[in-house]
Design a binder for this molecule. Structure first.
Ligand code: ZN
Length: 430
C-alpha cells in the first residue's frame, strides 16, 4: 500500500521536528508551487486567481487562494504543534561531576513513557545577537544527542509503579560534566557563544516516518497529530480551483496548550488576515459578512481509531479504523463543531470524492478532547465540521496511522475546496 502522497507526507514529517520547521517546510512547498509570500508589516496587493501565504511567529501559516469574485470563505484549520518537552533557559544540571542533564518542562498532554530510552534530538529556533538587533535562526541538531534513561527494575523492586515526575524522571541526559548547551548551539550555528541569547528548543524523537505491516498497510511517525492534516490541507489548497470562494488552509501553532497565543487559533491571526484580504480586494464589510453566511470550515485534527488491545475503550456504535477513511467527530457538549447539517454536507462531499467516511463519538463515560473549530469560531463564526485522520497512540512520541488515509484526506479536502457551498433556507447546496 505504499503510495506517492504518503511518501511526500513522510518527507514533510521528517523535515518538521518542531512547529518552526513545519512552518518552514510548508513555506517551501508553497513557494515551490508558485504561491507568493506576504508579510504582515508590508502592504498587500492581491490579484484574483492567485495564491498567497503569510506566517506569524515563524510557526503558524495561513495560505489562501483569491477568488475571481468573493462569495464567502471555505477554510480548513489544522495545527503545527505536538506534545513535547521544552528546554528551559539555563538548562544544564550537573550531576555527580559526571553528567549534564537538561532541565525541561512538558509542552502539551503527552504520553511521557514513550519518550524514554530512545535517542532524542533538539529542534526549534535559536536567537542570536546581530550588529543592530537580534535574529532567530532555525535549529535542528539532526543527530542522536540526548536520552531519558529509565531506572532499571532491579532498583524499584518492592515499590509501586508511579507516574513519571517531570522534574525527576523526565530530564534528558545531554552529555558528560563538561557539556554546554549554548556552546554546542554556537558551534553548530557558526556563531560566537556570547551571541547566543535565548532559544525556543524542544526535544524530538529520531524515528523516521515508516511503513509497517506485510502489505505496508500501516504507517508510523512522530507528529501525525496534526501534521497529517496540515500537510493535507495545503496539498488540497494547491490542487483546488474555486472562482467564487476565498479558500484558506490555516495551520496554527499552540493548539496543544490552549491556542491563546498571538499565533494560535484563539489569537487574531485569522481575522487580521481575512480583514486585510477583504480590504485588498475592495470587498465591503457588509459584503464580507454576507459571504460569511455562505462560508464553511473543516476543523481538521486527527481522530482515535479503535485500538487492537483496548477495543472496549470506544463507543458502542461509532467505531473508526485505520485505512477506513476520513473521520467525522461529534460531541454533544460541542467540544466538536459538527452538527447534523454540516456532517451531512461533508459526507456528501466525501461521497462525490469517492472517499469513505467514518463517525467518531467518545464513549459516553469518557470525556475526550477538544480542538480548533470552536476556538476559531469565537473569532470568525461559520458552519463547521470536525474531521480527522484515524490514528492510534495519539500524543505518543511515535504514532500509528493507515497508509491509505492521507490520500483519502487530500481527496476529500480538495473536493471540499472545489465545491461552492451556499446556504439555503434549511440546508446547503453545492
Ligand atoms: Zn491535534
Amino acid at each position: 500500500m505504499k503510495n506517492a502522497i504518503t511518501d511526500r507526507l513522510f518527507e514533510f514529517l521528517d523535515a518538521s521536528p518542531s512547529p518552526f520547521h513545519a512552518a518552514a517546510a510548508l513555506r517551501e512547498r508553497l513557494l515551490a508551487a508558485g504561491c507568493e509570500e506576504l508579510f504582515e508589516n508590508e502592504v498587500w496587493a492581491l490579484s484574483p486567481g492567485k495564491r498567497y501565504f503569510v506566517t506569524r511567529n515563524g510557526s503558524s501559516v495561513l495560505a489562501f487562494a483569491v477568488p475571481e469574485e468573493f462569495c464567502g470563505v471555505q477554510l480548513i484549520a489544522a495545527h503545527s504543534d505536538s506534545p513535547t518537552f521544552r528546554v528551559k533557559h539555563g538548562a544544564e544540571i550537573r550531576k555527580e561531576n559526571r553528567y549534564t542533564k537538561l532541565n525541561v518542562e512538558r509542552y502539551g498532554g503527552m504520553l511521557p513513557e514513550s519518550w524514554m530510552d530512545r535517542p532524542l534530538s533538539l529542534a526549534g529556533r535559536v536567537v542570536l545577537r546581530t550588529a543592530d538587533g537580534v535574529e532567530a535562526k532555525l535549529f535542528h541538531a539532526d543527530r542522536d544527542l540526548l536520552i531519558i534513561p529509565r531506572l532499571a527494575p532491579h532498583l524499584t523492586r518492592g515499590t509501586e509503579p508511579q507516574k513519571p515526575n517531570p522534574q525527576v524522571d523526565l530530564l534528558p541526559l545531554f552529555g558528560d560534566e563538561t557539556a554546554d548547551l549554548y556552546g554546542y548551539l554556537a558551534e553548530a550555528l557558526g556563531a560566537a557563544k556570547e551571541d547566543v541569547l535565548s532559544a525556543d528548543l524542544t526535544l524530538c524523537v529520531r524515528q523516521k516516518a515508516a511503513y509497517l505491516g506485510p502489505k505496508d498497510e500501516f504507517i508510523c511517525a512522530p507528529r501525525f497529530d496534526d501534521l497529517q492534516c496540515a500537510f493535507s490541507a495545503v496539498e488540497a489548497l494547491l490542487a483546488a480551483q474555486n472562482p467564487k470562494k476565498l479558500l484558506v488552509a490555516a495551520v496554527f501553532d499552540n493548539e496543544e496548550v490552549g491556542s491563546t497565543t498571538k499565533q494560535g487559533a484563539n489569537g487574531t491571526f485569522l481575522e487580521d488576515t481575512l480583514d486585510r484580504v477583504r480590504e485588498a480586494l475592495g470587498v465591503s464589510r457588509e459584503a464580507f459578512l454576507r459571504g460569511l453566511a455562505d462560508s464553511f470550515m473543516l476543523s481538521a485534527d486527527n481522530a482515535h481509531a479503535v485500538h487492537p488491545n483496548y477495543a472496549e475503550k470506544y463507543d458502542e456504535t461509532n467505531r473508526t479504523y485505520l485505512n477506513g477513511g476520513v473521520v467525522i467527530k461529534y460531541s454533544a457538549n460541542q467540544s466538536y463543531t459538527t452538527d447534523a447539517v454540516t456532517a451531512a454536507v461533508f459526507s456528501e462531499i466525501c461521497r462525490r470524492a469517492g472517499v469513505p467516511v467514518q463517525v467518531f463519538h467518545n464513549r459516553s463515560d469518557i470525556p475526550g478532547g477538544g480542538t480548533l473549530g470552536n476556538i476559531s469560531n469565537t473569532h470568525l463564526s461559520m458552519p463547521s465540521v470536525d474531521i480527522g485522520v484515524p490514528q492510534l497512540a495519539m500524543h505518543a512520541s511515535v504514532e500509528t496511522a493507515g497508509a491509505a488515509d492521507t490520500a483519502h484526506t487530500v481527496d476529500a479536502m480538495t473536493t471540499f475546496f472545489n465545491a461552492d457551498i451556499r446556504k439555503t433556507e434549511s440546508g446547503f447546496r453545492f
